[in-house]
Ligand binder design. Structure first.
Ligand code: ARG
Ligand code: ZN
Length: 872
C-alpha cells in the first residue's frame, strides 16, 4: 500500500511533502510578541506578529499552521477580523496585504497534552518541545524553519506553584500580579525560527556557575532541576564548560548571550533540545552521580550536553531552510560532539563505540524498507526523520569531508560557512559548497552521499608483484537499490590505507585513497616484501568492507596495527568468521580462536595495553551486529553459536580470567577518568565471560560483585550477569536494587530494563508483571523505553520467540501508545521494520503484527507512515 492510499473511509489521508515543492515563505514575520497566561485548567496564548510580504515569495496568501487549540479572537491592526478560513489545521488569509499586524488569542491545554509536543506539563513543570512542528500547538504561525523572528515573551503564572518562569534570551522585566500571581518578560535579540522557542514554568532549584569567553565576557550558566536532584548536576556543568571552551578552540565559536540555561524534565520524547539559551533536557542526560549513573551514562551526559551547546552555532545561528535539511544541523553537530568526546576521553575507544553504534542501528535502517537518504526527498511526518541516518550517517559524511580536505582546510571551510550564513536558513548543498569553495575541490560527486540511501559495499582484493616490488589494491564499490532509488552512481569514497610487513612493522603510513569509479586499482611502490594492508583505517567511510585477508593477516593486524580502530576491527572480523563457522557446523574446531583470546587475556595479566581497548577486544560482536552479516536472520541460531564460543572461552581460560578479574577489582577513590572507566569496563567484561554458564558459582560471583560495588557501573554489570539466571541470588539482588534506589526514577528505569533483557523461560510472565507494576507508566517515554525498547532491541532471542509472544507485546504497546504519544508509538515500530530479513516463520508473524497495527484504526500520521512503509 502506498503512503498516499486512503486506509479507511473516515480517516484523513496523510499528505506526503516533497523537497522539490519548496517555496519561500510568502510573508516575513520579523517580530513576534507572545503572552502566556498559565492556569491549572487552561493556558491562554496571545500572539502579535507584524507580517510583511516577502519580496522573495511568490504568493500573497498567508498560511498559518495551528493544531489542538481554540481561537478566542483574531484582529488585524487592532480591529476584529473574520476574513480568514480555518480548515485542516490551518488559517488561510487570501490577499493578505503588504504589511499588517495580526493578533491571535487562543486557548490550549498543556495539562492534558500527552503527546509531549508544544507546551505540556512534566511532573508539575510546564515545558515546551517545538522541534520540529510543535510550535503550531502553541499558536497559529508559519511553522517552518526559514521564518526567522525576534521573540518577546511574557509569562504569567501562580507564584507559589511556579516561582521559576523562563524563556529564551534575556530577562527584561519581572514583577508581582494580583491573586498571588507573578510574571517575567524575556527578549531574545537574535532572530530565530519558532522551533527554537522555549518556555519553562515550575518549582525548580538552580545550580550556578560562570564561563569566561575568549573575548573575556562572563556568561552565567544555570542548570534547573527538581529539588533533591541538585547533587547530581556537577558532571553536566563541567561538561558544559568544557564544551564552550572546545568550541572556541576547535571552531573559533564564542557564545554571544550573557546567560545559558539548562532545564531537566522527566517526560521527554527525545534526549534534549537546543532552544536558544534555554536548552531543555531529558533528566537522563543531565543527572549523573557515581551511585546512580553508569560510566555509559556519564559519557552520554557529556556528549549530549556538548551536542546541544554546539547547536548554538550549528543549528541556531545558522539554521535549516526546511526539514529536508535536518542533517545540516544534526549530522554536523553529531560529528562535533563525537570529536569533542574523543578529545576529552580516548579517541580509539570513542571511534570503536561510535562505529559499533552506527553498524547496529544505522546499517539496519539502511537495509530496511525505511532506508532514506541523509537529505531525504519526501516525508509524511518529519518526526519520523530524526533517524540514525540523518544523525549518525550524516556525521560520517562530515567526517569524510574533513578527511578529504584535511583538518586545516576543513576549518577554513567551516569559518567560511559561519561567515557566509550567520543568521540564515540554509541547505546541505550550501554547506558542501563552502567545503568546495574553501578547498577549490569539486564536491559534486561527494554530494551523492547525501542523496543516495543504502550502505555501500566495498570489496578489496590485493596483488603483490615480487619483481616490481609493487603492491596493488583493487577496490570495487556498489550500492544496493533502496525504496524509490535504483541504479545508483559511484560515490567518492575516502579509503585510508597503511601497509605492514610480515613482522607487523608499518612500512607505509596511512594514505587516503580517493575512490571515484565503480572499480579502481591503487599501486604502492617500494614494497619490499608481501605486505598486509590495513584498509579503511579509522573507519574512513561508512561502508561494508569485505577483504581477501586471511585469518593470519587479520591476526597480524590485531596484534600490530598502528591504527587503534583497525586493530579492534581485525579481531571482530576474525570473531565474525568464527561465529559463521560455528553456525554452519557446531562441532567445528575453534581452538585457534580460543587460543588467541588466551593471548589477549595474558596481555591483560601483564598489564600491557589499554584496558578499555582490551575489554572491547574480548567482546564478541552483538547479535544485532552479527545479524547485519546474515542473508537470513535467525536470532536464536546466532545466539547459540555466540554462546557456544563464550562458553568455550570460559572453559579454557577460567583461571586466567579469574586472575584478570581480581587484578582489576579497583579499590580507592571513584573516578571517571578514562583509565578508571577502562578498568571497570575490563573487569565487567571479564565478569560477563565468567558468568556465561549461569550456574550457582556464577550467581555467587555476580552477587559478590554487586555487594562490593561502590558505583552504578559495577551494580548494573552484576545485575546484567544475573538477568538470565534462575539461581536464588537473582531475586535477592534485584529486590535489594529496587528498594535501595526506588526514589531515583532513572535507576528504576534500569531495574525495568535489566529484567526486560532476560533471556530465560520466565520472561513472558515477568514481562506481564513489569507491565502491571505500580511504577510502570505508559505516558512516561523513559519508562516505555526502559521496558519495551529494552525488550525488543536488547532481548533479540525472546522478542523473536517462535511463538510470536514477543511480537504481540510490542504490537499491543504500539496500538496503545498511538493514542497517547504518536512520536513514541512510531519509534516502537523500529524492531519490526526489517521483518523481510528474518526466517520465513518469523517473517510471517512480524508481518501479521504490522498488519494488525495498520488495521487497528485511527492511526496517527507518525505511526501510519512507518507501518505502511514497513509493509511496502
Ligand atoms: N534537535 C534535537 C537534538 O538532536 C532533537 C529534537 C527532536 N525532536 C523531535 N520531536 N523529533 O538535539
Ligand atoms: Zn541535535
Amino acid at each position: 500500500m502506498s503512503p498516499d492510499t486512503e486506509v479507511g473511509s473516515n480517516i484523513i489521508k496523510p499528505k506526503t511533502i516533497y523537497l522539490k515543492d519548496y517555496a519561500p515563505a510568502p510573508y516575513k514575520a520579523s517580530h513576534i510578541n507572545l503572552v502566556f497566561e498559565l492556569f491549572e485548567d487552561k493556558t491562554i496564548v496571545r500572539s502579535e506578529v507584524l507580517y510583511i510580504k516577502n519580496p522573495d515569495g511568490n504568493s500573497s496568501t498567508l498560511i498559518l499552521n495551528g493544531q489542538d487549540q481554540t481561537i478566542l479572537s483574531v484582529e488585524i491592526d487592532g480591529v476584529a477580523f473574520t476574513g480568514y478560513m480555518l480548515a485542516d489545521n490551518q488559517i488561510t488569509i487570501n490577499e493578505a496585504g503588504e504589511k499588517f499586524t495580526l493578533t491571535i488569542t487562543s486557548e490550549i491545554h498543556p495539562e492534558t497534552n500527552t503527546a509531549l509536543e508544544g507546551l505540556y506539563k512534566s511532573q508539575g513543570t510546564y515545558c515546551t518541545q517545538c522541534e520540529a512542528e510543535g510550535f503550531r500547538r502553541i499558536t497559529y504561525f508559519q511553522d517552518r524553519p526559514d521564518v526567522l523572528s525576534i521573540f518577546s515573551v511574557r509569562i504569567e503564572a501562580d507564584k507559589s506553584k511556579y516561582p521559576v518562569l523562563l524563556s529564551n534570551g534575556n530577562l527584561v522585566e519581572s514583577g508581582e500580579l494580583a491573586n498571588g500571581r507573578h510574571f517575567t518578560a524575556w527578549n531574545d535579540p537574535f532572530p530565530k525560527p519558532c522551533y527554537l522557542f522555549a518556555l519553562v514554568a515550575g518549582d525548580l532549584v538552580r545550580i550556578e556557575d560562570t564561563f569566561k569567553t575568549m573575548s573575556g565576557r562572563n556568561v552565567d550558566l544555570h542548570i534547573y532541576v527538581r529539588s533533591g536532584d541538585e547533587g547530581q548536576c556537577d558532571h553536566a556543568m563541567q561538561s558544559l564548560k568544557k564544551s564552550m571552551q572546545w568550541d572556541e578552540e576547535k571552531y573559533g565559536r564564542e557564545y554571544e548571550l550573557d546567560l545559558f540555561n539548562i532545564v531537566a524534565v522527566s517526560d521527554f520524547n527525545m534526549g534534549a533540545m537546543e532552544n536558544t539559551s534555554l536548552n531543555i533536557f531529558n533528566t537522563k542526560l543531565v543527572l549523573a552521580h557515581q551511585e546512580t549513573a553508569t560510566d555509559t551514562d556519564f559519557m552520554s551526559v557529556e556528549g549530549v550536553i556538548a551536542h546541544e551547546y554546539f547547536h548554538n552555532w550549528t543549528g541556531n545561528r545558522v539554521t535549516c531552510r526546511d526539514w529536508f535539511q535536518l542533517s545540516l544541523k544534526e549530522g554536523l553537530t553529531v560529528f562535533r560532539d563525537h570529536e569533542f568526546s574523543a578529545d576529552m576521553n580516548s579517541r580509539s575507544v570513542q571511534r570503536i563505540d561510535d562505529v559499533d553504534h552506527l553498524r547496529r542501528f544505522q546499517f539496519s535502517e539502511d537495509a530496511s524498507p525505511l532506508a532514506h537518504a541523509v537529505q531525504p526527498d519526501n516525508f509524511i511526518e518529519i518526526s519520523n526523520f530524526y533517524t540514525m541516518t540523518v544523525y549518525e550517517k550524516g556525521s560520517e559524511l562530515i567526517r569524510m569531508q574533513q578527511t578529504l580536505l584535511g583538518e586545516d582546510t576543513y576549518r577554513k571551510a567551516t569559518d567560511l560557512y559561519f561567515d557566509r550564513y550567520d543568521g540564515h536558513a540554509v541547505t546541505c548543498d550550501d554547506f558542501v559548497q563552502c567545503m568546495a569553495d574553501a578547498s577549490g575541490r569539486d564536491m559534486s560527486q561527494f554530494f551523492l552521499w547525501y542523496k543516495q540511501a543504502g550502505t555501500p559495499s566495498l570489496i578489496a582484493s590485493s596483488q603483490y608483484d615480487e619483481e616490481q616490488k609493487q603492491f596493488t589494491l583493487t577496490l570495487k564499490q556498489s550500492q544496493a537499490d533502496t525504496p524509490g532509488q535504483t541504479n545508483k552512481k559511484p560515490l567518492l569514497i575516502p579509503v585510508a590505507v597503511g601497509l605492514l610487513n610480515e613482522q607487523g612493522i608499518e612500512t607505509h603510513p596511512t594514505q587516503v585513497l580517493e575512490m571515484t569509479e565503480r572499480e579502481q586499482s591503487f599501486t604502492f611502490d617500494n614494497v619490499k616484501t608481501r605486505p598486509v594492508p590495513s584498509i579503511l583505517r579509522g573507519f574512513s567511510a561508512p561502508v561494508k568492507l569485505t577483504t581477501d585477508l586471511s585469518d593470519d593477516n587479520l591476526r597480524l593486524l590485531q596484534l600490530s596495527d598502528t591504527d587503534g580502530f583497525n586493530k579492534w576491527e581485525a579481531g571482530q572480523t576474525i570473531a565474525l568468521r568464527t561465529i559463521e563457522r560455528v553456525m554452519a557446523d557446531s562441532e567445528v574446531d575453534i581452538s585457534q580462536f580460543i587460543d588467541d583470546i588466551g593471548i589477549m587475556i595474558q596481555q591483560g595479566l601483564n598489564n600491557k595495553g589499554d584496558k578499555a581497548l582490551l575489554a572491547r577486544a574480548l567482546s564478541l560482536p552483538a547479535i544485532a551486529v552479527i545479524a547485519q552479516t546474515q542473508d537470513v536472520i535467525d536470532p536464536a541460531a546466532i545466539d547459540s553459536a555466540r554462546t557456544h564460543i563464550l562458553k568455550a572461552i570460559k572453559r579454557t581460560h577460567k583461571d586466567a580470567l579469574l586472575r584478570l578479574y581480581k587484578d582489576n577489582l579497583s579499590m580507592g577513590e571513584f573516578s571517571i577518568s578514562p583509565e578508571a572507566m577502562g578498568r571497570r569496563s575490563l573487569k565487567n567484561t571479564v565478569l560477563e565471560l565468567l558468568t556465561v554458564t549461569n550456574g550457582s558459582g556464577c550467581a555467587a560471583l555476580a552477587k559478590a560483585h554487586y555487594d562490593h560495588a561502590d558505583n552504578m557501573t559495577d551494580r548494573v554489570a552484576a545485575l546484567a550477569c544475573l538477568s538470565d539466571s534462575t539461581q536464588p541470588e537473582r531475586e535477592e539482588v534485584f529486590t535489594d536494587f529496587y528498594h535501595r534506589f526506588k526514589d531515583y526514577q532513572l535507576v528504576v528505569d534500569k531495574w525495568f530494563s535489566l529484567q526486560a533483557i532476560a533471556n530465560r523461560d520466565e520472561i513472558f510472565d515477568d514481562f506481564a508483571k513489569l507491565r502491571n507494576h505500580a511504577e510502570f507508566n505508559i505516558k512516561n517515554p523513559n519508562r516505555v523505553r526502559s521496558l519495551y525498547s529494552a525488550f525488543a532491541i536488547n532481548n533479540p532471542v525472546k522478542f523473536h520467540d517462535p511463538s510470536g509472544q514477543g511480537y504481540a507485546i510490542l504490537r499491543d504497546a504500539i496500538i496503545e501508545l498511538n493514542a497517547i504519544n504518536p512520536q513514541i508509538a512510531a519509534r516502537q515500530v523500529t524492531p519490526f521494520r526489517e521483518w523481510k530479513r528474518y526466517t520465513p516463520e518469523l517473517q510471517a508473524k512480524m508481518k501479521d503484527a504490522l498488519q494488525a497495527i495498520m488495521d487497528s484504526g485511527n492511526l496517527s500520521s507518525d505511526v501510519f507512515e512507518v507501518v505502511s512503509k514497513s509493509l511496502n
